[in-house]
Design a protein around this ligand. Structure first.
Ligand code: FAD
Length: 622
């Protein structure tokens, strides 16, 4: 069946696997996607939503590079919100509620339309390895499929164990088998593995809920989209709702604590701190008498509803009784109970920046297998692994995004430099250059790179070049055009800004607080320029951000440039740290384990102090 050798085999059809397969195939590698069930390609295991704080920025970056997640999200969205709009633009984060079934369907359609991509449904049980190099995979039927590189994206499936109350059974996700064999083989080869856990709430029948007792959560009045290509914006949206737990609900949940795998020691591994289960929330935050519950529809044409905020592995009868006491849920009917799952992961310090493993060449890991949590985190790793597997086979330079270039760069650098002992999710606070890494400029940062890689198409490049030129010209217009005090003063007064006594450049007043593009458009010259050049909303927004935040942006750029100098000092892969006697013992141990590629990466390893960096700098500077 598989007599020919593939360039790349991607194992797993989740978010990481889909992006990896699409990237590798689109760049020209003959690719095979092997997954346990072709029906679950692009399946959202947990909440039907993409984006959110920092995650939305990642989806925009994937899109800017030419990945598919943004387009798929736009095509399957049922609601769109720009979060944090009241804060500065570095914090704006797009989030879309998705139609779960359409999301998966759109992924499948997109992949089937991708050239160079074959599909095969089976469980991969092991890798074919020859002299520290991966040469293919072995399936559960015993088929050997050969390839020059393999990307593993097994998600929560490796030795997955599902917990509901005191019941536990093997599974990679509810209703799906766990994957076995891979962890055991990799451990034998010398990989270190660990266990993590995550959980999901019950899904219920929307027809059984009383929405009149809940607070409506509509989407944005003026919805945006994820893709920088002109995907359609939503003309119609579905509302979400919000309700609260109560002391009564907490009491009912507590009745099940002695049967909770979280509290009786059955679950030993660590879960995502920022996505706690409801039992964890009431246990940890004892003084809170209520917690929010978001009631989210699973799609356009289904009555199934996702109960966000009620993730639990308590016994199903306890879940049911407690949920019935929540306002609006009195007559609730369950579709499926919530559950927790434990699974194997591989500490990501065993990877290079390209996501290739240090131990076995041409073997890449991406997604939840690396200790991350979240669709967006998984998808971007898949994209990077797919790109790098292809580049390596073509003997081209590796593709690494720096921390000042993309959240994706921050994520991968954090993982491989610091590792993670609990499921890693992205936050804006993890990025030191978040004023540079905004969702609105992901295309300006990354599309040209994506185009050069052969991923982003001509249409994207042209669009971004136009946006760049138009916004730069508009900023230039504000810098060189003077205002007339008689015209500007009523505008300034209308927002409580001090009047001016003489004319100056428009840029000066635009930079003031409380003055936004809306005010500037009241100046006739500006209105004429904008309509004369037919400038779109994206360009106006970009120019406004450039003017209002130019000080912060310049400062971050200077800091990033400083870091870049350390980034340029490479450390040879087999560098002998033992010969540097003045390195601290801890630093030497960590440096030997992680083997940073640059001095900058070395400086981010915990336990490596500034004086250790000076020692290295002096030596490498020679
Ligand atoms: P997955 O989406 O898990 O996909 C793995 C794919 O690999 C599947 O297609 C599977 O069939 C296939 N596969 C696995 N092993 C093999 C094999 N040996 N051979 C062939 N195919 C194989 N994220 C959050 O951000 N917040 C949450 O609250 C949250 N809760 C979750 C709750 C549950 C119960 C689960 C299961 C996941 C949860 N997640 C949550 C995580 C989120 O689903 C993942 O981060 C994301 O799906 C990871 O993507 P992935 O591509 O790495 O893996």
């Amino acid at each position: 069946m598989f007599s020919e050798e593939y360039d790349i085999i991607v194992v797993g059809g989740g978010h990481a696997g889909c992006e990896a397969a699409a990237a590798a195939a689109n760049m020209g590698s003959k690719t095979l996607l092997v997954t346990m069930n072709l029906q679950t390609i692009g399946q959202m295991s947990c909440n039907p939503a993409m984006g959110g704080i920092a995650k939305g920025q990642i989806v925009r970056e994937i899109d800017a590079l030419g990945g598919y997640s943004g387009i798929i999200t736009d095509k399957s969205a049922i609601q769109f919100k720009m979060l944090n709009k009241s804060k500065g633009p570095a914090m704006w984060s797009p989030r879309a509620q998705s139609d779960r079934m359409r999301f998966a369907e759109e992924w499948r359609l997109a992949l089937e339309r991708t050239k160079n991509l074959d599909f095969y449904q089976e469980m991969v049980r092991g890798l074919l390895v020859k002299k520290d190099r991966v040469v293919g995979v072995r399936t559960s039927l015993g088929l050997d499929i050969f390839a020059r590189a393999v990307v593993l994206t097994n998600g929560t499936f490796l030795n997955g164990l599902i917990h509901i109350g005191d019941k536990q059974f093997g599974g990679g996700r509810a209703g799906e088998k766990a994957a076995t064999g891979i962890t055991e083989q990799l451990e034998e080869i010398g990989f270190e593995s660990g266990r993590m856990k995550t959980g999901t709430p019950p899904r219920v029948d929307g027809r059984s809920l009383d929405y009149s007792k809940m607070i409506v959560q509509p989407g944005d009045a003026d919805p945006g989209c994820f893709s920088f290509l002109s995907t359609d914006v939503l003309k119609q949206q579905r509302d979400c709702h919000m309700t609260y737990t109560s002391e009564e609900v907490h009491e009912l949940l507590r009745e099940g604590f002695d049967r909770s795998p979280m509290f009786n020691g059955r679950i030993k591994s660590i879960g995502p701190r920022y996505c706690p289960s409801i039992e964890d929330k009431i246990h940890r935050f004892k003084d809170k008498d209520r917690h929010q519950i978001f009631v989210e529809p699973e799609g356009w044409d289904t009555v199934e509803v996702y109960v966000n905020g009620f993730s639990t592995s308590l016994p199903e009868d306890v879940q049911f009784r407690a949920l019935k006491s929540v306002a609006g849920f009195e007559k609730v009917k369950f579709f499926r109970p919530g559950y927790a799952i434990e699974y194997d992961y591989f500490p990501p310090t065993q990877l290079k920046h390209t996501l290739e493993t240090k131990l076995i060449s041409n073997l890449y890991f991406a997604g939840q297998i690396n200790g991350t949590t979240g669709y967006e985190e998984a998808a971007c790793q898949g994209l990077m692994a797919g790109i790098n597997a292809h580049l390596k086979l073509k003997e081209k330079e590796a593709f690494i995004l720096r921390r000042d270039e993309a959240y994706i760069g921050v994520l991968i650098d954090d993982l491989i430099t610091k590792g993670t002992e609990e499921p890693y999710r992205m936050f804006t606070s993890r990025a030191e250059y978040r004023t540079l890494l905004r969702q609105d400029n992901a295309d300006l940062r990354l599309t040209e790179i994506g185009y050069k890689l052969g991923l982003a198409g001509e249409e994207r490049l042209k669009k971004v070049e136009k946006k760049q030129k138009e916004s730069e010209d508009l900023v230039g217009f504000f810098k060189k055009t003077s205002f007339n005090p008689n015209e500007i003063n009523p505008i300034l007064e209308s927002v409580g800004s001090q009047k001016v006594s003489q004319g100056d450049k428009l840029y000066k007043v635009f930079a003031r607080p409380r003055i936004g593009m809306d005010q500037m458009l009241k100046v006739q010259d500006v209105a004429d320029y904008v309509s004369g050049h037919k400038l779109g909303a994206e360009v106006l927004e970009q120019a406004e951000i450039e003017v209002k935040y130019s000080g912060y942006i310049a400062k971050e750029k200077t800091n990033a440039d400083k870091l870049q100098r350390l980034e340029n000092i490479k450390i040879p892969e087999n560098f002998n740290y033992r010969k540097l006697a003045s390195l601290s013992y801890e630093a030497r141990e960590k440096l030997e384990a992680i083997r940073p590629a640059t001095l900058s990466q070395a400086s981010r390893i915990s336990g490596v102090s500034p004086s250790d960096i000076s020692v290295l700098l002096v030596y490498l500077g020679r």
